[in-house]
Design a protein around this ligand. Structure first.
Ligand code: NAD
Length: 492
């Protein structure tokens, strides 16, 4: 194993596996034990990252705390300058960074490049808020009194990340935290940490003051748990599964630490008889195979009106059967790569087996793919499912789409809302009244009308029910990283 290097990122990718080090207080420090990171397409070792424990977490949080008050005192426009240095570094290394997430997550290259570019734009977008952060002046009941509502940083933020958009999620935590005057400790997923450690190397090339951003490796049950338990952490911002989110909330409850939770989804897509069926089929299909179905906000269940059910299934079948999938580190022009790991593959296989047992009809796909290596599952379309079938209720997180027939919009809305998840939803229709009705009646954080599921950075991505607490992006996401402070000034 080579030690982590001063060699250019691009060279390192094509040599042997590398050991990465934690980035704490502006220094790269060894972490003791290591976690091995492999390519899900071929099982090859890509590198090792520190398996941090509570001591390392403590050092990172202390560094972030030490850096925070000076960081908060800088005018926001100065903080924006540092963010722009970071986004420039990301753009400069876009090809290598994309290459890393292709290898460690199994993402197809065009999507990996979109993720890197979107990340740079997201950092710039958050930097633009520097001159727009505002408080309020409130009228008083008292003579000669002025009441100010100030927005202040929370302090030290702990950002805990999933593996499905590993690089973008760094920015979704870091950029709003920094522009509002917080400092941060980030722990990437143990499945896809290398991109975060390379990002740390890019940070080290900027003028960012030491301790403002700290990046540590580790597993959820040790490092993640220690971050949530730490008394000097003011906000835990977490993206991941419902089960982990619930555990984090319980742990954070001990110190009454604030949490912001972006959790799972089971997004419904409603297709009415008056929809443009080609548009609907393509948008829903794209939404299901993008990132091999491992996206929290993409269509996971479909409700289609009876009159167009058969025609719609035919269109979807054609699309599913034309899916090209394989090893994105060697093949180009793919729709999908592998699933992220064996656990993910087994989960998808079990979900499809259960769908069959419960009466669903597999139209196409339905098996672990016959490939010599990699965690590949066949793109799968299932019809004949019912509202109580597991495949319509639990998050599958794979390239599997179940379709249920409905008799009208009211039934579709009732079924869509009958879910413990409430992140995103969609409808395909040419009827304005139907679009208005779902805007009123769907109980989800987001609804997409006649388009694929994908949020805008200036929107607000927030789940209802078990899909989360709080949200990200836009003005509302930004203010999740602030506390209010009301100041009463009594004049004479
Ligand atoms: P996960 O919950 O298994 O892990 C996420 C992170 O939590 C990892 O870094 C892990 O190390 C850490 N962790 C695990 N146990 C912990 C604990 N006890 N304390 C603290 N940290 C702990 O999720 P995942 O498998 O990486 O991600 C997939 C899930 O994320 C899916 O459910 C998906 O829907 C969801 N997701 C949601 C959004 C959103 O915006 N709502 C976005 C992307 C992914």
């Amino acid at each position: 194993m080579n030690s982590r290097a001063t060699r250019p990122i691009a060279d390192r990718l094509h040599e042997g596996p590398v050991d990465y080090r934690n980035y704490i207080d502006g220094q790269f420090v060894d972490g003791g034990d290591y976690i091995e990171v492999t390519n899900p397409a071929d099982g090859r070792l890509l590198g090792r990252v520190p398996e941090s424990g509570a001591d390392t977490v403590d050092a990172a949080v202390i560094a972030a705390r030490r850096a925070q008050s000076a960081w908060e005192k800088r005018p926001p426009i100065e903080r924006a300058g540092y963010l722009r240095q970071i986004s420039a570094k990301v753009r400069e290394h876009r090809v290598e960074l994309a290459d890393i997430i292709v290898r460690e997550q199994g993402k197809v290259r065009p999507l990996a490049e979109v993720e890197i570019d979107f990340t740079a734009s997201y950092i710039d977008y958050m930097a633009e808020w520097a001159r727009r952060l505002e408080g309020e002046v409130i009228t008083s009941d008292r003579q000669n009194e002025t009441i100010f509502l100030l927005r202040k940083p929370m302090g030290v933020v702990a950002g805990i990340l999933p593996w499905n958009f590993p690089f973008f999620l760094i920015a979704r935590k870091l950029a709003p935290a920094l522009i509002t005057g917080n400092t941060i400790v980030i722990k990437p997923s143990e499945e896809t940490p290398i991109n975060a450690f390379v990002f740390a190397e890019l940070l080290a090339e900027t003028d960012l003051p030491a301790g403002v951003v700290n990046i540590i490796g580790g597993r959820g049950v040790a490092a993640g748990q220690a971050m949530v338990e730490h008394r000097s952490v003011d906000l835990v911002t977490f993206t991941g599964s419902v089960a982990t989110g619930s555990r984090i909330m319980q742990t954070a409850g001990r110190n009454l630490t604030r949490v912001n939770l972006e959790l799972g989804g089971k997004a419904p897509a409603i297709v009415l008889a008056n929809a443009d069926l080609d548009l609907a089929a393509k948008a829903i299909y794209d939404s299901r195979v993008i990132n091999t179905g491992q996206v929290c906000n993409c269509a996971e269940r479909v409700y289609v009106e009876r009159a167009v059910h058969d025609a719609f299934i035919d269109k979807l079948k054609g699309l599913f059967e034309a899916t090209r999938y394989g090893d994105p580190s060697h093949e180009t022009d793919l729709h999908m790569g592998p699933l992220v790991n064996k656990i993910g593959l087994d989960k998808v296989a079990r979900a499809v087996d259960l769908a069959r047992e419960q009466g669903g009809t597999v139209i196409t796909g339905g098996r672990i793919a016959d490939r010599s290596s990699g965690f590949h599952y066949e793109p799968t379309l299932i019809a004949g499912v019912g509202a109580d079938h597991d495949i319509m209720r639990s998050e599958t997180f794979g390239p599997v789409l179940p379709v249920q027939v409905v008799d009208g919009l009211d039934e579709a809305i009732t079924l869509a809302n009958d879910s413990e998840y409430g992140l995103t939803s969609s409808i395909f229709t040419n009827d304005l009244n139907a679009a208005l009705q779902v805007s009123r009646e769907l109980k989800f954080g987001e609804t997409y009308i006649n388009r694929e599921h994908f949020e805008a950075m200036q929107g607000f991505h927030a789940g209802r029910r078990k899909s989360g607490i709080g949200g990200a992006d836009g003005k509302h996401g930004l203010y999740e990283f602030t506390e209010t402070h009301v100041v009463y000034i009594q004049g004479r």
